[in-house]
Design a protein around this ligand. Structure first.
Ligand SMILES: Cc1cc2nc3c(=O)[nH]c(=O)nc-3n(C[C@H](O)[C@H](O)[C@H](O)COP(=O)(O)OP(=O)(O)OC[C@H]3O[C@@H](n4cnc5c(N)ncnc54)[C@H](O)[C@@H]3O)c2cc1C
Length: 291
């Protein structure tokens, strides 16, 4: 999918700089003047523009470079520390039925498992950073000692083994971040807001927010202030409700005994399950099949 998007961008005339990463911004009076980027071979180059978009995902590279710049000026040293660590790997030997998705709640986190191709399953879970530290960041130990406190997970995953190293990411905030960190910088995708992985709709939000910003820029081409205000208003209208519901669900998932009680209630009513699934995604794409 990424390759198709990239090929299409090139086809319609976008200049794509591959194998390069942005590592500095030059600011003047609250505006980005240019970005400094470095190619894989170490060569540096600069990019100047009227308007910049931070689409660097959870790392929010441009936004953080600006925050760093501002901290330098304000002599303010506050730093975000990570809240959760997310782990993911493909497993062999899990006892999961095809076409199902199991969600596990356990003390200090939650996770999910779903079968993928050639008899493998995708296992993904989030734990509080303190839990990850307690086990030295060793995903296998966390599975055995923490995830397996969920009896269903222990039963399904007892004989499962990862077929490759676990991938790990730190997550330092959920919900909406700054949509307009500098007067000529706007954010999309995970850089704008990080929706909980259990909704399975992070990619959808990345597409929707990018389309929303593209449309806003197209309609207000020459007026950056109006672009920012209009994007802010439309973004809130489209996503604030979803992000609020996810925040309530995430907090509830980490309260002892509440998840079990809530799941028993949801088991009784298909309508309430559908309502919950609807509340975490776009109205246009509502009604996924709820089992
Ligand atoms: C554990 C976990 C499970 C998930 N499961 C799902 C799921 O089942 N379904 C779903 O839809 N979503 C899921 N997501 C969320 C999904 O992965 C993201 O929401 C989505 O990829 C966001 O897209 P994005 O384009 O904003 O960011 P990304 O996909 O992260 O893309 C950011 C891009 O910016 C580039 N970049 C970063 N730094 C620089 C730099 N300095 N210079 C230049 N380029 C840079 C990166 O190389 C990357 O290509 C999950 C997330 C996690 C953590």
């Amino acid at each position: 999918m990424d390759m198709r998007l990239l090929d299409h961008a090139k086809f319609i005339g976008v200049t794509v700089c591959e194998d390069s990463s942005v590592n500095a911004v030059t600011m003047s009076e609250g505006r980005i003047m240019n970005l400094t980027s470095r190619r894989g071979n170490g060569e540096k180059f600069e990019v100047a523009a009227d308007l910049f978009i931070d689409a660097t995902g959870r790392s929010r590279v441009l936004s953080k470079l600006i925050e760093k710049n501002e901290r330098r000026h304000d002599d303010h040293t506050a730093k975000n520390s990570s809240l959760f660590v997310g782990f993911k790997s493909h497993l062999k030997g899990a006892n999961a039925a095809k076409g199902t998705c199991e969600i596990y709640l356990f003390p200090g986190g939650y996770g999910g498992l779903s079968p993928i191709e050639v008899g493998l399953t995708n296992h993904c879970f989030l734990v509080r950073s303190a839990v990850a530290r307690e086990f030295g960041g060793d995903a296998n130990k966390i599975v055995e000692n923490v995830v397996f406190r969920n009896k269903r997970a222990a039963k399904t995953l007892m004989k499962a083994e990862p077929i490759r190293d676990w991938l790990a990411v730190s997550i330092d905030c959920f919900g909406m971040a700054d949509l307009n960190p500098a007067s000529n910088l706007l954010t999309v995708g995970d850089s704008a807001a990080f929706i909980d992985p259990f909704t399975g709709s992070g990619m959808l939000m990345a597409f929707e927010s990018s389309a929303l910003l593209a449309e806003t820029i197209f309609l207000n081409r020459d007026t950056q202030e109006i672009i920012a205000d209009s994007y802010h208003a439309k973004y809130r209208q489209r996503f604030a409700g979803r992000l609020r519901v996810c925040s309530v669900l995430r907090r509830a998932a980490l309260v002892p005994y509440l998840p079990g009680f809530a799941i028993s209630l949801l088991n009784l009513s298909k309508r309430s399950r559908e309502f919950l699934a609807d509340a975490t995604r776009s109205p246009k794409l509502r009604r996924p099949k709820v089992l």
